[in-house]
Every structure is written in structure tokens, then in C-alpha cells.
Design a protein around this ligand. Structure first.
Ligand SMILES: NC(=O)c1ccc[n+]([C@@H]2O[C@H](COP(=O)([O-])OP(=O)(O)OC[C@H]3O[C@@H](n4cnc5c(N)ncnc54)[C@H](OP(=O)(O)O)[C@@H]3O)[C@@H](O)[C@H]2O)c1
Length: 350
């Protein structure tokens, strides 16, 4: 563990310097690693593990697009690509990477396949923490561990291929074998994490549900829409409104934040922009603080989970989701975005 000062608070984190890939390979050589589910996180983690020299078996229901994708990615039906139950029976480290609603549906079958001493691996605290709603209560004789990449499965893979990584949190919920921690860290390193920071299942799920509903996705989409509509109502063209709301952020300013922080971005904008941003940031913070407080409560009480499970377990969930996504895609703002993106020099004429 390396002790790092995060803005005045010391935290112990793990990188491949403290826990090398060779050590992870050594630990995982004795295991059979299976990945249940080949949706978004499944492919990212399975392919990184395989490229890091770990033998991986994918468990996925047959006759689906996800099965075909696993096949196209080189997993061999009957050998390294099998049914969910067969994989769960074979595995000693079982990565439960079905969608959270899928985990609830499949839990009785997966539970029946677990053997004493197995490690049940999650990338989200959801199933275990909200057990009253999910029914996921692992048997006492298995390790229950978590590595949660703080990014989409897609970037878990692309960052790995670029030679960087996605930071992940890690936790041990249950240590039945005395090896839970080393298994967790070995998996965290082998899936290509940038650095690993400790958490608990509960803290992981509370922060994750808040983050994605908040700044990362929900709040971001909401404030973008509010600004775009304000500009449009006041007679600005779609091109102008979109550039001032999204394109400048994604193509310029957020990259400066990623590079060196918010102050660096401010320092590299005009003095007029800096003054305005410094004056208005506290007003936005105060305006949304009550929304964040309501959100966090809704996460902790399990209301967000209830809604997620109810809606995502409905048989027509994919169709209804597509309708909602299409409504965004077909809105003026995001159609304007399609036009703006097509004008990027690297995309012109393609
Ligand atoms: N998405 C991310 O980037 C991300 C980031 C961090 C953590 N996580 C966590 O990682 C885990 C996996 O999430 P994900 O987003 O990768 O899930 P996802 O893309 O929604 O994965 C869907 C997978 O679950 C299978 N599945 C769903 N319902 C099923 C059912 N009833 N029976 C059998 N299979 C079923 C799907 O099979 P079919 O294709 O056959 O439907 C597919 O293989 C979750 O715990 C999530 O919270 C995800």
C-alpha cells in the first residue's frame, strides 16, 4: 500500500508498484476466473484479463448479441464461452457482471453453483447492500469481493489498450478463505486498474449511485439542457447554443480540467471568463445542493434501487429505454450536436 495525501487526508492506495502484475498472475494461476455476463463491463474486464495472461471463461446466455460478441472477441463456444451456470460451476473466482437487475434474476441459479472457497466478485455493491430488495445473500463459505472500475466498461478496455487505466475501488465484504484480500487486489491489477482505493460495499454503492445520477450523467445532462434552452429562448442559433454548452466543454475546457485541475482551466481562459466563473460557481453550487441532498437520501433509503429494479426488470425494458434515449437523440439540442460533430475537421467528409 502507498500512503498518499489526498488534499490533506492520507489514504492507502495500491498500484502495480505495490502489487505487481506478476504477483497477480501468480495468484490467479491457481484460480479459474469466470466472467458471467458479456454486456459493457464483462468484455472490458474479460479482455484485459486475457491480455494480461489470465485464462478466462465467459458465461453468457446463448443466442444473443452478447454471445456473438464474445465469440467475435475470440472466446470459443464449449470451451471458453459457455452458459452462465456452467461457467459459475467451473469458476473459483466468479465475476458477477450481469446487469444489476439480471443479477437478481439469476441469483438463485448462480448461488446453487457456488462451492466452498470460491470468490464471488462484484463490480458494484448494489446486489449485496440492497439485499432486502435483491435477495442476494452469499453463502458464508465463499469470499465476497469487489473491484469497481470508476468508468464505463468501454474505457476499461480502451484505456488499457492506450496503456493507461481506469481507477477502481476495492472492498472485501466476506473473507471465508483468508485469501479474499489478495484475490481482490490480484483481480484489480489484472483487469487493468490505474490505482486501487479501498472502500466498503456500502460506500461504493452510495457514492456510485449518487455520482451517476449527479455530476457524471444526470446533473450534467440537466444543466446542459437548461443552458441550451436559455440561449435558444433568447434568440441564439442552435449552432451557437450547442457550441457554448457542449462542444467547447468536451473539445477544450474539460480536457484542461483532466490535465491539471479546475484552477488550471480557469487560468487558461480569459480574465472575463474567470471573473464570471468565480462569481457564478457558488450560486450554482448553492442552487443544486438541496437536489444533491435529496438524491443522497433517495440512494440511502433504497428508493433509487427500488425504481431501478422495478423498471429494469420489466419485460419491455429495452424498448422503453430506447424510446427515452431516442427522445434525447431526436431533440433539437442533440440533433444540433450531430451536425456540429460532423463538422469537426477529422470527421468532415466521412
Ligand atoms: N456499465 C459499466 O460501465 C459499469 C461500470 C462500473 C460497474 N458496473 C457494474 O458491472 C456490472 C455489470 O454491468 P454492465 O453495465 O456491464 O451490465 P450490462 O451491460 O447491462 O450487462 C448485461 C449482461 O447481463 C446479461 N443479462 C441481463 N439480464 C439477464 C438475465 N435475466 N438473464 C441472463 N443474462 C442477463 C446480459 O445478457 P444479454 O446480452 O443476453 O441480455 C449481458 O450479458 C453491474 O454490477 C454494474 O453495476 C458497470
Amino acid at each position: 500500500m502507498a500512503e498518499i495525501d489526498f488534499g490533506g487526508t492520507l489514504e492507502n492506495v495500491v498500484t502495480s508498484e505495490e502489487f505487481s502484475l506478476e504477483k497477480a498472475q501468480e495468484i490467479l494461476r491457481k484460480e479459474t476466473v469466470v466472467v458471467l455476463g458479456y454486456g459493457v463491463q464483462g468484455p472490458g474486464q474479460a479482455l484485459n484479463l486475457r491480455d494480461n495472461g489470465i485464462q478466462v471463461i465467459v458465461g453468457q446466455r446463448e443466442g444473443t448479441a452478447s454471445w456473438d460478441k464474445a465469440k467475435a472477441d475470440g472466446f470459443v463456444p464449449g470451451e471458453t464461452l459457455v452458459s452462465i451456470e456452467e461457467a459459475a460451476r467451473k469458476g473459483t473466482i466468479i465475476q458477477f457482471l450481469l446487469s444489476d437487475a439480471g443479477q437478481v434474476a439469476l441469483w438463485p441459479k448462480v448461488k446453487a453453483c457456488l462451492n466452498a472457497g470460491d470468490a464471488l466478485f462484484f463490480s458494484h455493491g448494489f446486489g449485496v447492500v440492497y439485499k432486502d430488495q435483491t435477495g442476494i445473500v452469499p453463502p458464508a463459505d465463499v469470499d465476497v469481493i469487489l473491484v469497481a472500475p470508476k468508468g464505463s466498461g468501454r474505457t476499461v478496455r480502451t484505456n488499457f489498450l492506450d496503456g493507461s487505466g481506469i481507477n477502481s475501488s476495492f472492498a472485501v465484504f466476506q473473507d471465508a478463505t483468508g485469501r479474499a484480500r489478495e484475490r481482490t487486489l490480484a483481480m484489480g491489477i489484472a483487469i487493468g486498474s490505474g490505482y486501487l482505493f479501498p472502500t466498503t460495499f456500502e460506500k461504493e454503492v452510495y457514492s456510485d449511485l449518487t455520482g451517476e445520477r449527479g455530476v457524471l450523467m444526470g446533473c450534467l445532462a440537466g444543466v446542459m439542457e437548461a443552458q441550451y434552452q436559455t440561449l435558444r429562448k433568447n434568440g441564439h442559433s442552435p449552432s451557437e447554443a450547442f457550441n457554448e454548452t457542449v462542444e467547447e466543454l468536451t473539445q477544450s475546457l474539460i480536457r484542461l480540467v483532466a490535465e491539471n485541475g479546475m484552477d488550471w482551466m480557469f487560468a487558461n481562459c480569459s480574465t472575463t471568463a474567470q471573473r464570471g466563473a468565480l462569481d457564478w460557481a457558488p450560486k450554482f453550487r448553492d442552487a443544486v445542493m438541496p437536489v444533491f441532498e435529496t438524491l443522497y437520501k433517495s440512494v440511502v433509503t433504497g428508493e433509487e434501487t427500488r425504481r431501478t429494479l422495478d423498471l429494469n426488470s420489466a419485460p419491455d425494458y429495452r424498448e422503453r429505454l430506447q424510446e427515452e434515449l431516442d427522445a434525447i437523440k431526436n431533440s433539437e439540442m442533440w440533433r444540433a450536436g450531430t451536425a456540429v460533430r460532423s463538422l469537426r475537421p477529422e470527421r468532415r467528409g466521412k
